[in-house]
Design a protein around this ligand. Structure first.
Ligand SMILES: Cc1cc2nc3c(=O)[nH]c(=O)nc-3n(C[C@H](O)[C@H](O)[C@H](O)COP(=O)(O)OP(=O)(O)OC[C@H]3O[C@@H](n4cnc5c(N)ncnc54)[C@H](O)[C@@H]3O)c2cc1C
Length: 484
């Protein structure tokens, strides 16, 4: 099969790239699943975009651009690429206006003005929503409605790279393996959440493309900057934990323990502290033997219905005081790219959205900047492809054999990766535990593993190596002293 542009993924980043590519280009999307019909409202499919609740951060007006840039850089704890942040915010401001003109139905007040929510570490209320806390789902629905490119469902298992040029990808549709040749490839395959034993992410988000990129000699950057969310519902029967958004705390929800005590003060925090610090306080309290809950009872019932439909649904199932715990939420690091979203060190390959490390988040992501990043860098990649398009020469590369797909140790290896990352590269880390964790991950290499499990393992090992090499406690990376 041959196409002009192959896009891996069908979340916000992928669909936005497809929307902004020239109409005369042949574009093909491959993703694990998730057309409109399979994504139930608020429950997602195989992508994280459908799950996004808070919304999309965007400067209020021209005067707010510098302040949004400053908030992003402050949250990133000195590790942001300032040029990339400026691109994110200035291009994001224009892009949101363009999407308004295309009739993306952002929530508006009676006078027709955009409703803006305030989230932690934003100095102003600037987060836009689409149908309240279903923002990601309705953003994706809007992009799917604009989509003319065909979609195929299955898994990309390799990138076709020779002589520093990407010629396409190997794709398995559940029955047959084939090479899809493309003049340009865009990786928009999302993060790594399902490599953690406790996550807010979809279970199919396994960091496979990050591992494939690393296997093919490309650079993964900042992989240890893993953001944890402090208020996920602590259900034991699944790796994926439903998220209770921080907007609920903004609207009056409090964090209490099994003695009904608001204990955050003991740790020098409050309900609106930044996510990383709040996650550490909740985690420490659970480690001390207490159970922790989010008390939703102070929220006005009318607000539940109008702004927090997802939370209302969860409250109906788990009650008004659901048990909570931190959970892995967002991969700040990813495949290293330049300012045009081009993957470093190879021609014809782009990475956007959560799969990429564009430098905008530094060591910690400002809330609701990730959907903005997905949209902005999708447009930048599409523009760059349009400006710089050329056909690859003819090439034939043998696809990997189907026999290599599955190994008998896949499931146990995935379970070990999850436990190792969660327990040793989680909310609070310790040097000795990380070194042991790295050895545990390395020992898995001897097993009988399918190719994608092997690539996920490589991603996990990269997280371990980056975390061990980091010399500072910075942003989302926190190592406590051995004696603490
Ligand atoms: C519960 C939750 C709430 C969130 N809330 C917000 C929010 O309010 N605001 C915000 O800005 N961000 C939020 N985020 C983060 C944000 O949703 C994600 O960062 C963003 O949606 C990522 O978009 P993406 O297109 O890069 O990846 P995704 O939407 O995750 O899509 C990844 C795609 O890659 C495909 N894929 C993966 N592996 C393969 C493979 N091997 N072969 C083929 N296809 C593959 C998947 O099928 C999927 O289509 C939230 C995340 C979660 C989990």
């Amino acid at each position: 099969m041959q196409t002009d542009v192959l896009i891996v993924g069908n979340g916000a980043a992928a669909l936005a790239a497809a929307r902004f590519l020239p109409k005369n280009m042949r574009v093909l999307i491959v993703a694990k699943s998730g057309e409109k019909s399979t994504a139930k409202r608020g429950e997602g499919g195989s992508n994280n975009t459908d799950l996004a609740q808070g919304g999309i951060a965007c400067p209020i007006d021209e005067n707010d651009i510098e302040s949004h840039i400053a908030d992003t850089i402050k949250a990133g704890a000195g590790r942001c690429d300032e040029k990339a942040v400026r691109t994110l915010v200035t291009r994001g401001f224009d892009l949101i206006r363009e999407l308004c003109a295309l009739s993306l139905p952002f929530d508006r007040d009676e006078k027709g003005g955009l409703i803006r929510a305030k989230e932690a570490a934003h100095s102003k209320a600037r987060v836009l929503q689409v149908q309240g806390d279903h923002s990601g789902f309705f953003l994706r629905l809007f992009l799917l409605d604009q989509l003319s490119a065909p979609q195929l469902y299955g898994a990309v298992i390799d990138l076709l790279i020779e002589d520093d040029c990407c010629y396409g990808a190997t794709f398995f549709d559940g029955e047959k393996m084939e090479n899809i040749y493309a003049n340009r490839v865009i990786i928009a395959s999302g993060g790594i959440g399902a490599l953690y034993a406790s996550t807010t992410n979809e279970p199919l988000i396994l960091g496979e493309l990050q591992g494939i990129a690393a296997f093919r000699g490309l650079t993964l950057k900042d992989m240890h900057f893993t953001q944890f969310h402090p208020t996920a519902i602590d259900r034991k029967d699944s790796v994926q934990k439903p998220l209770l958004s921080e907007a609920l705390r903004g609207a009056g929800a409090t964090i209490i323990d099994d003695r009904s005590r608001r204990f955050l003060e003991d740790y020098g925090e409050n309900e609106l502290s930044p996510r990383d610090r709040l996650s550490r306080a909740v985690f420490a309290h659970i480690q001390s033997g207490r159970k922790v809950f989010l008390d939703l009872s102070a929220i006005e019932p009318s607000l539940f219905r109008s702004r927090f439909e997802s939370a209302d649904r969860l409250a109906a199932k788990y009650g008004l005081k659901p048990p909570i715990s931190p959970a892995f939420h967002y991969s700040i690091g990813g495949i290293a790219v330049d300012s045009n979203a081009k993957v470093l060190g190879v021609k014809g390959l782009y990475a956007i959205g959560e799969a990429a490390s564009s430098g905008v988040h530094g060591a910690n992501r400002l809330a609701s900047n990730s959907l903005l990043e997905a949209l902005v860098f999708a447009k930048i990649a599409a523009e760059n492809i349009a400006d710089d398009f050329s056909a690859n020469g003819d090439i034939k590369i043998d696809p990997i054999g189907a026999a290599a797909l599955n190994g008998k140790d896949d499931q146990t290896a995935l379970e070990t990766i999850r436990q190792t990352l969660w327990n040793r590269f989680g909310v609070v880390r310790q040097k000795s535990a990380m070194i042991e964790g790295k050895a545990i991950l390395e020992s898995l290499e001897k097993g009988d593993l399918g190719v994608l499990t092997r690539r996920s393992l490589l991603t996990a090992k990269t997280i371990a190596n980056c975390a061990i090499a980091e010399t500072q406690n910075v942003g989302a990376h926190y190592v406590k002293k051995e004696t603490d």
